[in-house]
Each structure stands twice: as structure tokens, then as C-alpha cells.
Design a protein around this ligand. Structure first.
Ligand code: M6R
Length: 351
């Protein structure tokens, strides 16, 4: 059941510290300074990595690919529905990673089949034991989020992000002890975000907006896309997510006093994103900053939503939780069918 929550989505948002702990359990050892994923014990990486995924899982893949590249591993992301294994370079050194919570998404399955036929090594990153993706691939890594009932992906996204952070450790020669230490602290820090209530007030302040914008750069860029997808999916409102720097290349024309802009401003490139915030502010748009540096942004933001600092790679995971709650509370205030949004299914089994 919903354990006293009005919706599975809110229950699952609140289960995220637990989901993270399960995902990390016996994989990340601070004592030994190692990341070990038993399922991948004999996976030898040699060549480039290609991610295939859809929707929220695609956003996790964008985040993961960036982590891999930072570790020196060439990594590319494809929307599974756009992936054509016959038209891109694939060798037996290529590792194709299907990121799919359900393990049943038709587009992702067909991309993985194509990759297998082309001779790639395939890996499924999934939540469901024995799912089609788990059976199709040479390797499988489980994200261990526990069952997710709400159509909106929440805890599975966070678990995918953590699993991808571990995968970046497994695939690279050097283990970052900083990443290990920060991963271990993450569940408690996520709990701190859940204990804050400021976002509910923001949701009700902006519940009548016609459109919502989300911006972020670096590891926050996929989080901006995810924030917008979640908003569309459960509130039926127009929402757009952009890499912060892209705003001035077109979308800025849409910004008015009526478009609240949610700006993800965390980590070392905060100052740069702040430059983009000034651009939207000049158009009179309300700016809601999600940040680990409140003193830096205060002067420019209409509202500030704080998150604990978890380093440049992991703080975006926490910032995303504020956006999940934002969408939830907007949808709740609008009386939407949050767990089963119109036109959508939990797993999309047609191409
Ligand atoms: O099961 P999958 O991770 O393969 O699902 C992919 C998408 O259909 C899914 O993430 C979808 O975008 C979510 N409902 C968004 O909340």
C-alpha cells in the first residue's frame, strides 16, 4: 500500500534514502576505498561506451556518460528510439549500456538487440530481476531501488544515477576516494532535502504559471531536462529544460514575467550559471535557485531552495529531489491523477 501517503509517487520520493542505501550496499567500501559490483566482476572494458535509453532513463544516461568521460572513458548517449546499430561504429570492444528501470521498454530492447547483433558487449542497468533487458544482455547490474508503482520515475532515477557513479568507478583504472566518501554520505544528505518543506510553498506560489523553465549546466543539464519532463508528465503543464548556456541561443525569447525559471546552481560552475540567471532576471522572470551556495545566489534569485553540498558530481542528484517535490506539489494542488497520468503507461512496450 501507500503507507499513509496520498500517492505512490510521494511515498517513492520519500523512499529514496533507502533506495540509495540498497543500491550502494556492499558495493562501495570506504574502508577499502573500493567500488565493487559483483555482477560485473569479469567485465573488462576496452573500448568506448554507448548508452541507450528513453525518457527519465535517458536523462540518467546523460548524467552517467558525463561521469564516464570525466574518468577518461569515451561515452556517448543515444535515445533508444534513434539508435541504429548498423549506422554507427561498433566493434567487439564497444560496450552498449541499456539504462531501463523496467527492463521492458520496447525501444530500449530493440536497441540492445541491434547492439548484440552488431557484436557489441551489452550491459543492462535495470531494477527488475529477470526482465527482458536482463536476459538480452551479456551483463546486468541491478539498481536495487525496490518496486516503483507510480508512473513517474523517481527513486529509480536516483538509483540509476548512483549506479552509474559506481559504474564509472568500475570501468576506470583509478578509484576516486572522494567519490566513494561522498556516495556513502549521500543517503543522509538526501534525507535532509526531504525534511525541508520550502518547496511546497514555491509550488503553490507558481501553481498558475502557464510554463516552467529549468536550466542547469554540466551534471545539472540532464537534471534540468528531467525536472521539465516530470513537470509535464504529472501536471500537464508546459515545461522546458535547457542546458543553461543554450538559453540565450533562442529560448530566451519565450521568457517573460509569467515564466518561473528554476535554475540549478551547484558546484564549481555556479558563477557561470548565475550569468544566465541574470539574463532571465532582466526579462522580469521569477528565478527559483536550487543551490548549495545560497549566499552566492541570494541577490539574484526570487526564491532559494537549498541542498547540501555533495561535490560537483553528486549535488545534482540532490537538486533533482527538490524538482521532484516541486512537480508533485504542483500536480497535487491541481488535483491531477499523479500516479497514473493520462495517456501514459509505466512501461512502454510498443516501439
Ligand atoms: O522502464 P524504463 O526506464 O525503460 O522507462 C523509460 C521511460 O519510459 C520512463 O523513464 C518514463 O520517461 C518515465 N515515466 C518518466 O517519469
Amino acid at each position: 500500500g501507500k503507507s499513509g501517503y496520498d500517492h505512490y509517487m510521494l511515498k517513492e520520493i520519500n523512499e529514496q534514502p533507502l533506495a540509495l542505501r540498497q543500491c550502494l550496499r556492499e558495493r562501495v567500501s570506504e574502508l577499502e576505498r573500493t567500488i565493487t559490483v559483483d555482477e560485473l566482476a569479469d567485465l573488462e572494458r576496452r573500448g568506448p561506451v554507448q548508452f541507450v535509453a528513453c525518457g527519465t532513463s535517458y536523462h540518467a544516461a546523460l548524467y552517467g556518460a558525463r561521469l564516464l568521460r570525466e574518468q577518461g572513458i569515451p561515452a556517448q548517449c543515444f535515445l533508444a528510439s534513434e539508435y541504429d546499430a548498423r549506422s554507427i561504429p561498433i566493434t567487439d570492444e564497444t560496450l552498449v549500456v541499456g539504462v531501463t528501470q523496467s527492463g521492458e521498454t520496447a525501444d530500449t530492447m530493440s536497441a540492445l538487440r541491434g547492439a548484440n547483433q552488431a557484436g557489441a558487449t551489452t550491459l543492462a542497468l535495470t531494477n527488475v530481476v529477470g526482465s527482458s533487458a536482463a536476459r538480452e544482455c551479456n551483463y546486468v547490474m541491478y539498481i536495487r531501488a525496490g518496486p516503483e508503482i507510480g508512473v513517474a520515475a523517481t527513486k529509480t532515477f536516483v538509483s540509476q544515477q548512483a549506479a552509474l557513479a559506481m559504474l564509472s568507478g568500475v570501468l576506470s583504472e583509478t578509484h576516486s576516494s572522494e567519490l566513494i566518501r561522498r556516495l556513502r554520505r549521500l543517503p543522509d544528505q538526501l534525507q535532509q532535502v526531504l525534511d525541508e518543506s520550502a518547496v511546497r510553498e514555491i509550488a503553490s506560489t507558481y501553481v498558475d504559471a502557464d510554463a516552467y523553465f529549468f536550466i542547469g549546466r554540466g551534471y545539472n543539464a540532464p537534471v534540468a531536462l528531467e525536472g521539465a519532463l516530470k513537470m509535464k508528465e504529472i501536471t500537464y503543464k508546459h515545461a522546458e529544460g535547457f542546458a543553461a548556456g543554450e538559453l540565450k541561443h533562442g529560448p530566451l525569447a519565450l521568457v517573460t514575467e509569467e515564466t518561473p525559471v528554476f535554475a540549478l546552481i551547484t558546484g564549481p560552475n555556479a558563477a557561470k550559471t548565475l550569468g544566465n540567471v541574470k539574463e532571465v532576471e532582466a526579462r522580469g522572470a521569477p528565478v527559483i535557485a536550487v543551490t548549495d551556495q545560497p549566499e552566492l545566489v541570494e541577490q539574484y534569485a526570487t526564491h532559494v531552495l537549498e541542498v547540501p553540498a555533495a561535490g560537483r558530481r553528486l549535488t545534482p542528484i540532490l537538486a533533482n529531489v527538490q524538482l521532484q517535490l516541486l512537480s508533485y506539489w504542483v500536480a497535487n494542488e491541481l488535483g491531477r491523477s499523479i500516479d497514473k497520468p493520462r495517456n501514459l503507461a509505466k512501461s512502454v512496450t510498443v516501439e
